[in-house]
Write a protein that binds this ligand. Structure first.
Ligand SMILES: [Zn+2]
Length: 418
């Protein structure tokens, strides 16, 4: 009797050359312990899962979600209406749904302190979960963006204490709100919040503890300061400014984009956030000046994303799942938009696998189908290099060697001879 399992596929993802080749993976103890190219065959009597012509890739990584949020039209109302225990149950359900959609690693980009229980004791969850890297409460100011998650700081000492508590309680990511946010009443998205020295301190303390840092940057100046601080990941990069009519507009600044390029920071663009609602407006035509403005600004966002791509800024996949009308099953939609915005299909796969793992400082454990990495993998019916919506239909999900989703059909699995 053997506890090893073999995966055979006509199309196994090769991260380095960005294509699929036929081959085999051996999985033992939740880890990939061998990879062989065709025509190698599993040993006689081995337990084999045959993926046939399906496309086998590493499990997806979504670098920016909010598991406690409801993804309803009013997620903040739901957040306030629920207590810690209720939010924790909601978060588990949301994380489980993401796993079923093929996402095997999640970074939560802002939650209450109590959700760190999921980071410490995922084994207590009643359903299988992806790996969850928690940021805990984002570092913010009084009345600042997501202040109600209780990450308010006043002094440098507060910041060091916050990061220390975060790590002690199981957090694996340090999030800072470097600008105001749209969803927090009273917070102004065009406002830049923290001084350069403060952002430097946060980035340095995170680096010292080998925790990835991540900065919420809507205002133009917050992008510049966070890039100069060499924060690992810059979220949104919106270049928000307010025009003469009081409307918030995206005004791309090539000089600041060059600072981002030179910083080595990755960017998370969340192009698909709330896109279904926007699609509905587009389909029926804008009824108000605000709707027309929103449609125009969406196009500017996608155009600006293309400019960052052209500069060679590393992109990571995240979609802000949980915020207004952004469901947890829709990581595939973000990937489709990354391609529409100018990223190649191979780069898009990396943005949700190897590049995401690198930015989250977990590339020694996930992100590729390689020996010594976790057996987190998915199988698709369609070729993701040809079909930008291929990730919508996931036929198979494996998390650390455990089969979570299996729609392969009869005859695909050979039990081991015992
Ligand atoms: Zn967010």
């Amino acid at each position: 009797m053997t506890d090893s399992l073999w995966i055979r596929a006509d199309h196994l993802w090769n991260d380095s050359d960005g294509r699929f080749t036929p081959g085999l993976l051996r999985i033992e103890g939740g880890v990939i312990t061998a990879r062989a190219e065709a025509p190698a065959a599993p040993p006689a009597g081995a337990r084999v899962i045959d993926m046939g012509e399906r496309y086998v890739l590493p499990g997806l990584i979504n670098t920016h979600v909010h598991l406690e949020f409801s993804a309803s039209p009013a997620p903040l109302d739901d957040f306030y209406a629920e207590n810690d225990e209720e939010r924790l149950m909601r978060a588990m359900g949301n994380a489980h749904r993401m796993l079923l959609s093929g996402v095997t690693t999640i970074r939560d980009c802002g939650s209450s302190w109590s959700m760190l229980a999921l980071a410490r004791r995922p084994d207590l969850a009643p359903v299988p979960l992806p790996t969850i890297l928690c940021s805990g409460p984002p570092i913010t100011v009084h009345a600042g963006h997501l202040h109600f998650m209780h990450g308010i700081v006043e002094t440098d000492d507060d910041i060091l204490r916050h990061i220390d508590r975060l790590e002690r309680e199981g957090g694996r990511s340090v999030k800072v709100m470097a600008s105001g946010g749209s969803m927090t009443p009273g917070s102004d998205p065009v406002e830049t919040i923290f001084a350069q020295e403060t952002l430097n301190l946060i980035a340095e303390e995170a680096r010292r503890r080998a925790l990835p840092s991540v900065s919420h940057v809507l205002s133009t100046e917050s992008i510049r300061r966070s890039a100069l601080a060499r924060i690992d990941s810059l979220e949104h990069c919106a270049f928000y400014e307010r025009d003469a009519d009081g409307m918030i507009v995206r005004r791309y600044d090539p000089n600041i984009a060059a600072v981002v390029r030179d910083s080595g920071s990755a960017m998370m663009a969340n192009l698909s956030t709330a896109t279904r609602a926007l699609d509905a407006v587009r389909a029926r035509g804008a009824a108000t000046p605000q709707e027309a403005h929103a449609l125009r600004q969406f196009d500017v966002m996608v155009e600006n994303f293309g400019k960052f791509v052209a500069l060679g800024v590393p992109m990571v996949c995240g979609n802000d799942a949980g915020v207004r009308e952004t469901p947890f099953e829709d990581t595939w939609m973000e990937m489709a938009w990354l391609i529409r915005g100018g990223l190649s299909a191979a780069q898009t796969i990396r943005a949700a696998t190897s590049q995401a793992a690198k930015t989250l400082l977990i590339d020694q454990s996930v992100g590729k189908l390689e020996v010594s990495l976790a057996a987190d993998l998915i199988a698709l019916r369609k070729d993701p290099l040809e079909d930008r919506e291929a990730f919508r239909e996931v036929d198979f999900v494996m998390k650390a060697g455990a089969v979570i989703v299996d729609r392969l059909g009869p005859g695909s699995s050979t039990p081991a001879d015992c």
